[in-house]
Design a protein around this ligand. Structure first.
Ligand SMILES: Cc1cc2nc3c(=O)[nH]c(=O)nc-3n(C[C@H](O)[C@H](O)[C@H](O)COP(=O)(O)OP(=O)(O)OC[C@H]3O[C@@H](n4cnc5c(N)ncnc54)[C@H](O)[C@@H]3O)c2cc1C
Length: 406
């Protein structure tokens, strides 16, 4: 079958690979000349298979009024019309039952993603600094630490005292008295998402089932009797039997033009990259929502959740905050070039991606991976391929269906 994959971020690239390997003729289309030019370019680098808790939760509900009034340094909100509709769905997702549903679904998808990445690496060894570095999540708040400890049973994890955290990761410059404790997960991995995308893209260039249409902006869908049959682009028309929208934060606009409503909001984050091997483990400062990942001779520091619509520009105040956090945590990054970057996470209200068929014939969805797109990409591509091929899905598909929003 001829399938158009719309978007060459990590989700579109993996979709293209898995579908091409399944025997489909794939056309991969993106407006940039190279892969991973947007949200997949300089993300946090954590392959976070065990930490999949959604953004919406009962605890978040309690914090929300303070957040909206600017009382949380990690989250900034500039309300707009799009955010109001998304926000109402977000409030509905802030229940314990919904959190449990999301965690169960995401753990299954994450486990599949890890297994699929391992299989891919056996077939085509890619060099992107993949390492089982283990992840240490640091807590500065006793209530948050107590909640995190309750989840220990799901994967192999250890609760650590502040002193044990600092002994485990000697690269940390934090004082023990600043922490209430930590949770260490030895099995968690790190890897450079952009390097992975670049290498997978190179393999796609040589794949006999793949046509690349880079530097091509998609202008509008072409629907024939309610079915998506072609797309119009600035370099000509492209026909296919199926299309998969993987436009990240841009998915909503394209889906809307097809008549499909997707509750995806661009949740902006920033990163800096500091040279040197400061850390041997990946570290998350849970209270400050900042992650640190050791990536082949550098440390990636990423974080924040800014709700400001489609704004891809760098915010100098966020970069200054990341520099300060980096200096305080690993003793690096206060000055010098730190490759500042901003990206838009394609965030759904319940933090689960949207994978599978849409209400429009011919249009499939693989988008909305939010803050876990790097972690979930390979599993999402596998699930999408199973659904297109009508095979038993690699993990439960229903939690990721767009129908949950209707
Ligand atoms: C600060 C930050 C830190 C993060 N840290 C982590 C982490 O540690 N671990 C993790 O798992 N995830 C992390 N993420 C999330 C992850 O980066 C994203 O979920 C993932 O990159 C989304 O990939 P995507 O392919 O869906 O979107 P993108 O990478 O944004 O790709 C979408 C593509 O669609 C193309 N496109 C859009 N519209 C059009 C059009 N009209 N015509 C042609 N092309 C178009 C764009 O050019 C782009 O290339 C982080 C994100 C951010 C912002």
């Amino acid at each position: 079958m001829k399938i158009g994959i719309l978007g060459a971020g990590v989700v579109g690239l993996t979709s293209a690979w898995w579908l091409a390997e399944a025997g489909h003729q794939v056309v991969l289309v993106d407006r940039h000349s190279g892969p991973a030019a947007e949200a997949s370019a300089a993300n946090g680098g954590q392959l976070s298979y065990a930490f999949v808790a959604p953004f919406a939760s009962p605890a978040m509900l309690r914090k929300l009024p303070g957040m909206l009034l600017g009382g949380d340094d990690a989250v900034r909100v500039s309300p707009d019309f799009e955010l109001i509709g998304w926000g109402l769905r977000f409030l509905r997702a802030c229940t314990g039952a919904e959190v449990d549903r999301t965690v169960a679904a995401q753990l299954a998808l994450a486990a599949s993603s890890r297994a699929e990445l391992a299989l891919l690496m056996q077939e085509v060894p890619l060099d992107f600094g993949l390492r089982t570095a283990g992840k240490l999540v640091l807590f500065r708040d006793a209530g948050e630490f107590a909640t995190a400890r309750q989840m220990d049973a799901q994967v192999e994890q250890q609760a650590l005292s502040p002193q044990e955290c600092l002994a485990l990761e000697p690269g940390l410059r934090i004082k023990a008295r600043e922490l209430v404790g930590g949770v260490y997960t030895p099995s968690e991995q790190v890897g450079d998402c952009a390097a992975f995308c670049g290498q997978l893209f190179a393999r796609l260039q040589n794949h006999s089932n793949v046509e690349l249409r880079m530097g091509t902006s998609i202008t509008k869908p072409e629907l024939t009797r309610g079915r998506l049959t072609a797309i119009e682009t600035d370099t000509g028309r492209i026909e296919a039997e199926r299309f998969v929208v993987s436009f990240g934060a841009g998915s909503k606009a394209f889906a809307r033009a097809c008549g499909v409503s997707l509750p995806i909001y661009p949740m902006k984050g920033h990163s800096i990259t500091v040279p040197g091997d400061a850390l041997s483990h990946s570290v998350t400062d849970h209270s400050r929502k900042i992650v640190f990942a050791p990536l082949s001779g550098a440390t990636r520091i990423a974080g924040f959740a800014d709700f400001k619509g489609v704004d891809r520009g760098l915010d100098p105040s966020r970069i200054a905050e990341l520099r300060a956090a980096s200096a305080g945590t690993i003793g690096e990054g206060a000055d010098g070039d730190v490759a500042p970057w901003a990206g838009l996470r394609p965030q759904t209200p319940d933090s689960r991606p949207i994978i599978g068929p849409s209400p429009v014939d011919g249009l499939y969805l693989n988008t909305g991976q939010g803050g876990l797109g790097w972690t979930l990409a390979c599993g999402s591509a596998r699930l999408l391929t199973d659904l297109i091929d009508g095979k038993p899905p690699s993990c439960p598909a229903q939690p990721f269906s767009v129908k949950r929003f209707s």
